[in-house]
Each structure stands twice: as C-alpha cells, then as structure tokens.
Write a protein that binds this ligand. Sequence first.
Ligand SMILES: [Zn+2]
Ligand SMILES: [Zn+2]
Length: 146
Amino acid sequence: MAHPDRLVFLNVLFIIEKSVVWKHFEKLDKTEARCKLCRRSLTFHNGSTGVLFRHLRNAHSEVVEDLEARAKKTSQVESQEEEARKEKEKQETMFLNQFKFADHERAECTLCHQIIVYQGSTAVLRDHSDNHCSGKALADNLNSSK
Ligand SMILES: [Zn+2]
Ligand SMILES: [Zn+2]
C-alpha cells in the first residue's frame, strides 16, 4: 500500500541519496567511481548508484545516517506545499462550476443565464463571477426574495 506521502518521501530520499553519492564519489568512467573518503574504486552499472550508496552506508555511515531524517523533513514540507497548491487550484477553478460551456468561445452563466464570450480566457468569467453574480450575491438574492 503506497500512501502518497510515502511516495514523496521515497522520491526525496532517492534524490538526496544520489546527491550524497556524487558528493563523496568521483566518477572515473561510465561504470567506475572512486570513493573520496577511502580512495577505493567501485564498479556500478547503468547509472545505478545503489552499490555506491551501500558502500557509503557500510564504510562511512556518518555521512548517510541523517539522510532519512532529512528526507522525512523535506517530504513533509513538500506534501504540505502540494496540499496547499491543490487546495488553491480547487478554489481558483470553483467559479467555473457556475458556467455552462457552449464551446471554446462562449459560456452561459447558470445564475443569470447571460451568455458570455470568453474566447478561452477564464479571466472574463472570473470577473463575471466576482462582480456580477457570485455565490454570495445569489444567496443574498434568495434570502431577500423569501
Ligand atoms: Zn569509501
Ligand atoms: Zn451571471
């Protein structure tokens, strides 16, 4: 079961691991790298840094031990930012729900049934929603008509 936060975490960890590997290894050629800490050369395959990372973890644990903590912290921040971004996106597009789209140029406001020519730019629709018949205006309208 992969929780999205877990995926963010693994992703961040992977990126940090890679950057740590190339901080402590010197690339000799496509399949060989030398550890700057103990000068030992290691063979790796197809850009896979797993072997190199394992060496750091086994031989120089001090340079990798806080990686998980770092990744955890970074991924928490990223998850929160992602969450906030989605919420903002949802709010920013909510006004579109009040329109019925006839084609890519015209939309009908379902509140006042006015046809608005928007020509692909939702700013016009947003303006109509904010200034003409927002959800609030509609609610006020309903209340006063009772
Ligand atoms: Zn080493
Ligand atoms: Zn309207």
